[in-house]
Design a protein around this ligand. Structure first.
Ligand SMILES: *Cc1c(COP(=O)(O)O)cnc(C)c1O
Length: 395
């Protein structure tokens, strides 16, 4: 027996990561997150962020953040249920509800927190959660916090979802079907109209996590529910303020009764301090910008189509993406990480994504095109992809 404080079991696991070629250090940014960044001291093209609209370092957001700090301070000072519920928190909820075209919006400190808090608050023992097999980790963790039973259906497989409903609906009180709106690793969109139809047929509720649809899909980024015109038919529509919106935070849009209940029972709101004023001020400015104009989402989609077309023409496998998320599937885990390393050596940062984030053997570099990229930056990135692809015989 060695010394227990050596944490030998962790050292062994870390050695295993090294042996598998998937050990990594965190990349370090030396400035704001933009289309070009200072990464580990070098200037590179950034194709890895969720900053879809280029809002993370936008002058209007920064100004709004500073003004909110001047008026409300650096921190909110408490959880919302005690004395951390500032007037800007409520203003943000009202603005988001108007933007999302829903009755009410309830905000959280992050998208992760939103799933961790909402799912357990709206389900209980005797209920069933039915989840797409590729749903985000925060949905999986959020569901684990619930006392409801859980079943999985095959990814976007409506027949399989119906099978699960048929076999189980009668055994449970409430049933909640949960899906990502946009699947973050492949960029495909949930088959929401069919899911909603099934849910209504079997009297189940629907819960859409639209982290990658917020600010991306629908009119000026109103999300997947808006994209499909399903307002009023999705019970819980989750969005993040950390990705396209460029700041941090999460929310659930839906009915007033949902709002009232979460206000009493959502644990991240009862037990964790509310969003800081700077974040709230910046988020509100971002939402106002989207309500004023579709120029930001238009530019995002224009760039995404341009880049995807060029990679596809070279012969890369970009999977089934229907959104600006552009995976380039390499397959083998170690080869994927090496591909990503070589892109970086050539001035393009695209993170490699491998098991366990995606299934074994489907390693990919995932390109995130944004409204902030210029065509020149995208052309340069495509040239580097071609060079590395040829070198590594991926093409
Ligand atoms: C990123 C993401 C989250 C987490 O959002 P944060 O605001 O970054 O915590 C939740 N769900 C999905 C589907 C995501 O992609």
């Amino acid at each position: 027996m060695g010394n227990v404080h050596e944490l030998k079991f962790l050292r062994d696991k870390i050695q295993q990561l090294k042996d598998e070629g998937v050990y990594r250090k965190l990349p370090v940014l030396g400035g704001p997150n933009e289309a070009e960044i200072i990464l580990n001291g070098e200037r590179v093209i950034n194709l890895s962020s969720n900053n879809y609209l280029g809002f993370a370092n936008h002058p209007r957001l920064k100004k709004a953040a500073i003004e909110a700090v001047e008026k409300y301070g650096a921190g909110s000072g408490a959880v919302r249920t005690i004395v951390g519920n500032m007037s800007i928190h409520e203003e943000l909820e009202e603005l988001l509800a108007e933007f999302k075209r829903e009755e009410a919006v309830f905000i959280y400190q992050s998208g992760f927190n939103c799933n961790a808090g909402t799912i357990q608050a709206i389900t209980e023992a005797g209920d069933l959660i039915i989840s797409d097999e590729l749903n985000h980790a925060s949905i999986i963790d959020g569901s684990r916090l619930s006392k409801a039973d859980r079943k999985i259906y095959k990814h976007s497989d409506i027949e399989d979802l119906e099978r699960v409903l048929k076999e189980n609906r009668h055994k449970y009180n409430n049933v909640l079907i949960i899906t990502d709106g946009v699947f973050s690793m492949d960029g495909d969109i949930a088959r929401l109209p069919e899911i909603v139809e099934l849910a209504e047929k079997y009297e189940a509720m629907t819960y859409v996590d639209d982290a990658h649809g917020s600010g991306v899909l629908g009119e000026s980024g109103r999300g997947t529910v808006d994209h499909f015109g399903l307002h009023g038919r999705v019970d819980f529509s989750i969005g993040t303020l950390s990705k396209a919106i460029g700041v941090v935070g999460g929310y659930v849009a839906g009915s007033k009764v949902m709002y009232e209940w979460l206000n009493h029972r959502a644990r991240p709101v009862l037990f964790s301090t509310s969003l800081p004023p700077a974040a709230v001020g910046a988020i509100m400015e971002a939402i106002r910008m989207l309500m004023e104009s579709t120029e930001y989402t238009d530019r995002l989609w224009d760039n995404a189509r341009y880049f995807k077309e060029k990679l596809g023409a070279l012969g890369f496998n970009t999977g089934n993406s229907e959104t600006p998320i552009t995976p380039v599937i390499i397959g083998d885990e170690a080869k994927t990480m090496e591909f990503s390393r070589k892109l970086l050596e050539n001035g393009v940062f695209v993170s490699g994504i491998v098991y366990p984030t995606v299934p074994k053997g489907t390693g990919r570099v995932r390109c995130m095109v944004t409204a902030g990229h210029t065509k020149e930056q995208l052309d340069k990135a495509v040239d580097v992809f071609k060079k590395v692809g040829e070198e590594m015989r991926v093409l």
